[in-house]
Design a protein around this ligand. Structure first.
Ligand SMILES: [Zn+2]
Length: 370
């Protein structure tokens, strides 16, 4: 007897797909499943089933004052089954975050900010006294099921006069921890983007990759900078991290046209850019990437398989027997919509992505329309 049987769905290629979930894990994946189930979820004809969506850059520790949100507001209520908080907290407050996060329906993981209180204020890395690699290491080992990487924010307002020193310290910490994933935020100089990328290695993640700032990946002539190409070819991972200030349609289009392709799509969402835009929710960010010419399959891989691989979430990101029973059901509908980037540029699309259900370990959360 299955706990949950999802009937009448399709995969991203449009082929019939049904899924069975038992004890929180995917137990059946097939075009047609004829099994008894405790609960049957019968989908409408246009419903698409994918592995549960993973947003790999969010801020959801509700006790912060600057960047905060609630995991379920940006998670299951938006079709997202897993969120990765990108450095809201550091070694001094991440335990409290962990205790709160356990209560959410959404799966929550965190990247540890190398500054001890996380983003308690905008310039968390301007005082090197806030970085203690020994306690960072202790905390990462203690909360190894929750902390799945390290975060260092490398832009002028964050690092003050410290240039790339905090990044060198983050790399040192990473080396002691079996190459735990390191996510680096980029923005205005100093530090110069070229100096940041020079310190990164294959597997390191650059978030806010398609920002429209001068210190970004595109030159004033509108081409991808040579040193950015070098970094890309060395295997550095590019992540969207849309955010309030960090996604620009022209930069994204040029990068995609030239072949500097992001591996993950993420929002950098928190309550303010959720309520007022330009982020709003995960599916709106997916619509933006579709509008730039990526296929639905590519976009879905960028929010399932790719982040699961990069952050070593080995039980997630795939519709395969034995994997976690995390599923997103959505549809792509013909509807006019205006999309806006972080610099106020607009583009209109005639297809929207609408999540219908978030399913976490076999528990079904229908998405209510606002
Ligand atoms: Zn962020």
């Amino acid at each position: 007897m299955l706990d949950l049987l999802i009937k009448n769905g399709r995969n991203v290629a449009g082929e019939p797909l049904e899924i069975g979930i038992t004890d929180g894990k995917i137990s059946h994946v097939s075009a047609k499943i004829e099994e008894e189930a405790e609960k049957v979820l019968r989908l409408t004809d246009d419903a698409i089933i994918s592995a549960g969506w993973i947003d790999s850059h969010v801020h959801c520790y509700e006790k912060m004052t600057l960047y905060y949100d609630f995991p379920d507001e940006i998670g299951v209520k938006k079709g997202v089954t897993t969120v990765i908080d990108a450095g809201s907290t550091g070694e001094a407050n991440i335990k409290d975050f962990y205790e709160l996060a356990k209560k959410a329906a959404t799966n929550v993981y965190a990247l540890l900010n190398i500054s001890k209180w996380g983003i308690i204020k905008q310039d968390e890395l301007s005082d090197l006294g806030n970085i203690n690699l020994e306690t960072d290491k202790e905390r990462i080992q203690e909360l190894s099921d929750f902390i799945i990487g390290i975060k260092a924010r490398m832009s002028r307002t964050v690092v003050g006069n410290n240039d790339v020193i905090p990044l060198k310290m983050a790399k040192e910490l990473q080396k002691e921890l079996a190459d735990l994933p390191l996510m680096v935020h980029i923005g205005s100089a100093p530090p110069e983007l070229s100096d940041i990328l020079a310190l990164l290695e294959a597997g390191d993640i650059v978030t806010h990759c398609y920002n429209g700032k001068l210190n970004g990946i595109m030159s004033e002539e509108g081409k991808i900078k040579d040193f950015v190409w070098d970094a890309y070819k060395r295997g550095i991972i590019f992540d969207i991290g849309h955010g309030t200030d960090s996604f620009n349609f022209s930069v994204a289009q040029e990068a995609l046209d030239e072949g500097v392709i992001c591996r993950t799509i993420s929002t950098d969402i928190y309550h303010r850019n959720r309520e007022n835009g330009p982020v709003f929710d995960f599916s709106t960010t997916l619509e933006k990437m579709l509008s730039l010419g990526l296929s639905l399959k590519t976009v879905i891989d960028m929010v399932t398989k790719n982040p699961a691989e990069i952050f070593h979430l080995t039980e997630k990101g795939q519709l395969a027997v034995g994997k976690d029973g995390d599923i997103t059901v959505f549809h792509v509908t013909d509807k006019e919509k205006m999309l806006i980037d972080s610099n106020g540029n607009q583009t209109s699309v005639n297809q929207t992505v609408e999540p219908l259900y978030a399913i976490v370990a076999g528990n079904v959360y229908p998405i209510s329309k606002e």
